[in-house]
Design a protein around this ligand. Sequence first.
Ligand SMILES: *[C@@H]1O[C@H](CO)[C@@H](O)[C@H](O)[C@H]1NC(C)=O
Ligand SMILES: *[C@@H]1O[C@H](CO)[C@@H](O)[C@H](O)[C@H]1NC(C)=O
Ligand SMILES: *[C@@H]1O[C@H](CO)[C@@H](O)[C@H](O)[C@H]1NC(C)=O
Ligand SMILES: *[C@@H]1O[C@H](CO)[C@@H](O)[C@H](O)[C@H]1NC(C)=O
Ligand SMILES: *[C@@H]1O[C@H](CO)[C@@H](O)[C@H](O)[C@H]1NC(C)=O
Ligand SMILES: *[C@@H]1O[C@H](CO)[C@@H](O)[C@H](O)[C@H]1NC(C)=O
Ligand SMILES: *[C@@H]1O[C@H](CO)[C@@H](O)[C@H](O)[C@H]1NC(C)=O
Length: 439
Amino acid sequence: MAIPIIFLIFFFSFSALPAEAEQALLTPIKKDNSTNLYSISAYLKTPLQHTHLHLDLGASLSWVDCIHHYKSSTYRHVLYNASLCLELDTGIYGNCFKKPGPACFNDSCEFFPENSVTRQVAIGDILLDSLALPTTNGRNPGKLALDSDFVFSCGTAKLLKGLAEGVTGLAALGRFNFSLPAQLSRAFSSPFIFAICLPSSPSGNGVAIFNSAGPYYFLSENGIDLSKSLIYTPLILNPYGGTVITYANRPSDEYFIGVTVIKVNGKSVPLNQTLLTINQQDGFGGTKITTSTPYTVLQTSVFNAVTQAFKKESAALNLTLITPPVKPFSLCYAADKVISTRVGPAVPTIDLVLQSDAVFWRIFGANSMVNVKASNGVDLLCLGFVDGGPNPRTSIVIGGHQIEDNLLQFDLVSKRLGFSSSVLFESTTCSNFNFTTNT
Ligand SMILES: *[C@@H]1O[C@H](CO)[C@@H](O)[C@H](O)[C@H]1NC(C)=O
Ligand SMILES: *[C@@H]1O[C@H](CO)[C@@H](O)[C@H](O)[C@H]1NC(C)=O
Ligand SMILES: *[C@@H]1O[C@H](CO)[C@@H](O)[C@H](O)[C@H]1NC(C)=O
Ligand SMILES: *[C@@H]1O[C@H](CO)[C@@H](O)[C@H](O)[C@H]1NC(C)=O
Ligand SMILES: *[C@@H]1O[C@H](CO)[C@@H](O)[C@H](O)[C@H]1NC(C)=O
Ligand SMILES: *[C@@H]1O[C@H](CO)[C@@H](O)[C@H](O)[C@H]1NC(C)=O
Ligand SMILES: *[C@@H]1O[C@H](CO)[C@@H](O)[C@H](O)[C@H]1NC(C)=O
């Protein structure tokens, strides 16, 4: 049976601003209601077409399904021996015996695009084409700005499986010279600094701002610049990548931070310190931030220690534990008994303590608890952490729910992460960026 698919394609008859002076850019971030994953939108190809791409914080190179419906007058292939191919260092090239086209070219520089959610891999040609995003002054979107040499890889429709409906590729925001923010920073002679603010619901748009350390204005009573509310912690380099296809001598493209202690309601939880540091021989251990999992995933002993402490502290608050919990969670409470606060349900706080006792990322109820319906229809609030098994590659994987309505700034110039903790405290949300175009 044929499945009708409606494509909403916006063609732009005007030309975008060329890349010249330093320029901040933005894109809205959408949350998908069935997968709980996030996507951004960008204008691709010539004429420019509005395209939704899965947001992948830790991926190296963006990819687009270029086998189906790839119509553009400006796409170019890259030869295996071109300097760009050598810089990408993919180590593979190939010939093609089908009809020449975007996905078929001889002596083509190639890449292994990955879907980090399903961990599926394909092989695809490297392409260059136009990409445009709205400029921004940190308050509103402005005119579109064009990068006519955007480098990405061809993906396939099969590789899109498991991502949100309507996305046709993946936007890679990783710590790599050819990630989307790295390319935008070079194209617009701007610092490699970007910020993301993920929405907590599918009904409002969050925002990503590239090439700028701020301001990042959000609507609140008087309007607030969230770049002023950031706390910083070093970004740590993991010498080994966790991708399916690994590249020799290339560190991980993911963003690691140095969690040293976890506190529940201000009390330290006993943890195996070896698990919290990255093993320099194999890259195991440590803490990373990802948009590939909807909830934070903890190594079993970390998970048990945190959930036990949370259970104890919630009992002291007289929260009613409901058993059995709803999978994949392991602690669920009757929602009607929990008091609501500005930063979500009043539950014990969870602190990720970083380089010193004074630097911690506090997780409040809005980010720790997930609304779930029990099979009998009762509303529950479940602790949104899941057990990652005894031997995962990374011990603490901070997932989407825990970073929604938090502003995160990835500063690859100073190699640090700026985080705001819950912006609900500032009487705003990530869906409060003013997307009215400033003309
Ligand atoms: C998700 O959103 C779409 C469009 O906004 C809507 O048609 C669909 O019913 C929603 N699905 C769920 C599971 O809420
Ligand atoms: C790349 O290889 C092609 C033949 O496949 C050759 O014609 C061309 O000169 C080479 N370019 C470089 C930069 O080596
Ligand atoms: C690639 O080269 C082979 C052999 O020379 C040829 O048969 C094929 O048609 C070429 N493919 C493309 C896409 O040009
Ligand atoms: C990334 O790009 C910069 C500037 O072009 C260059 O100096 C650096 O060596 C590159 N790094 C890698 C790993 O290719
Ligand atoms: C701590 O974790 C490391 C790495 O998994 C493991 O080798 C070690 O046995 C653990 N120590 C304890 C006391 O469980
Ligand atoms: C919890 O319940 C006990 C007994 O009903 C009561 O004494 C205590 O004050 C309650 N604690 C809180 C934090 O509500
Ligand atoms: C959003 O921005 C537009 C354009 O600058 C402005 O006219 C409007 O007042 C702003 N909206 C709010 C709610 O501040």
